[in-house]
Design a protein around this ligand. Structure first.
Ligand SMILES: [Zn+2]
Length: 129
């Protein structure tokens, strides 16, 4: 081996090192870009999730407002069923018999409610729990 060919091999090794260094730098840059993109996607997903939760909360509040008084959806459905059953069973399905008196008692553990049939005085109670 001559000094020239040894110097040539060294030069090729140095070139190769430089090329590998450029490839590594390029890959590191790509990794950083992908990490940033991933973070943006995560943030957007989080925003979508937060918006979805807010929309769900708004829908729930709208339903509460549409019911017109402080009663949960489940209690309202149970009350409506009781009223239907009561009119059917106690008043021969005569809906004109049903005038309802409502009472709400707010407490630290929730709002308690009572519905009394104006025709016969039978009552239904719920506790919003
Ligand atoms: Zn009744």
């Amino acid at each position: 081996m001559t000094n020239n060919s040894t110097a040539g091999i060294r030069q090729k090794c140095d070139d190769l090192k430089e090329t590998i260094g450029m490839i590594i730098d390029s890959l590191n840059c790509r990794i950083r870009n992908l990490e940033e993109e991933n973070k943006k996607l995560y943030d957007e997903h989080f925003k979508d999730k937060a918006l979805s939760e807010m929309q769900s909360y708004i829908n729930e509040m709208t339903d509460d407002l549409n019911r017109g008084f402080p009663i949960s959806k489940e209690d309202y459905q149970a009350l409506s069923k009781w009223q239907s059953d009561h009119i059917r069973d106690a008043h021969n399905n005569n809906w004109y018999a049903g005038t309802w008196e409502y009472t709400f008692i707010p407490t630290s553990v929730g709002t308690f409610g009572k519905c009394i049939c104006g025709k016969c005085g039978e009552k239904y109670e719920w506790d919003n729990n």
